[in-house]
Design a protein around this ligand. Sequence first.
Ligand code: TXA
Ligand code: MG
Length: 345
Amino acid sequence: MLTELFTLNGEGDGDKIRRAAACIREGGLVVFPTETVYGLGGDATDPRAAEKIYAAKGRPSDNPLIIHIASPADAEPYAVLCPLYERLAAAFMPGPLTVILPVRPSIPRSVTAGLDTVAVRCPRHPVARALIAEAGVPIAAPSANLSGSPSPTCASHVAEDMNGRVDIILDGGDCEIGLESTIVKLEPDGGLTLLRPGAITPEQLAPFTENFRIADAVLGRLKAGERVLSPGMKYKHYAPKLPLFLLDGPLAARLSYLEQQEGKCAVLCYEEELAAFSRLPSCVPISVGKQSDPSALAHRLFYLLREADKGSYTRLYAPLPRPDGLGLALYNRMIRAAADHIIRV
Ligand code: TXA
Ligand code: MG
């Protein structure tokens, strides 16, 4: 398949988005930017489009897709809405929040992997919104990476995975947030369960219900036999090819641990630690911004995981973020990317 790359640079952007929308309506696949990560989109009402998405990603078809809509009320023909959805939508949509709701028959089973629920998201990126509105159908879109690798946050990383597998890539530059949306499930008792942390934090969501829960899998591996609330939780995720280790402890202890390691390793570190790590002969330190600004690490994490694979390193080290606020999303992605290799020093 020939993949066309459309760079959105202000010139003829409307035409490029119209061509991409027509491609979606005709059953094709279009990669588009969102404020979180790039999405691999197809018509969410067309079962064949969902099958093409699973094939392009190499994704198991028991892992359902999020449907993207242009405005929160547009979910009505596809999902059973409720007052809590309306309140969350008023506060956080358009934006990086995905809500799991009871599905209506208009969404094919291939999109929901046969579940009785559907994931609904209204992105705020102007290109995503224009594409969905122009297509006139909801767009089913997982992150636009090959299954198991870090989500792409820029068009060149999309092209590395998706060239020849999709019809069109819309290049809208770097994604603002850099981590996938927060996913919450609305429970029949009026509660909310956090299935995947993101830029909308638990602290922001908890006031919306008396029963706010964080699924166990968010903070660690599933225990044997545990019921999976979100099928995506059971798959290996976000992993670079390079072995990744998370170092947990004070700066001095992390430095002395690394001093004893052999081989050339890349070390993600906070800006204020850069000078100290630069003194270690076998380490190449890479700044992830100030420790007080987790959004800087969020913005660059997946980008850096992919770029580290291109260097001639033997290992990659990163700090273990504190699991609160946006840090919870970082912690969740990083323990998975590192397959739970946490070194306490
Ligand atoms: O930010 C995002 O959410 C990006 C952009 C493109 O919108 N999309 C994204 O999609 O991250 P994906 O497919 O990579 O991750 C969606 C997750 C998967 O782990 C899937 O298992 C879960 O959402 N999911 C989808 N539908 C679900 C459902 N009905 N119930 C529970 N989990 C669901
Ligand atoms: Mg994904």
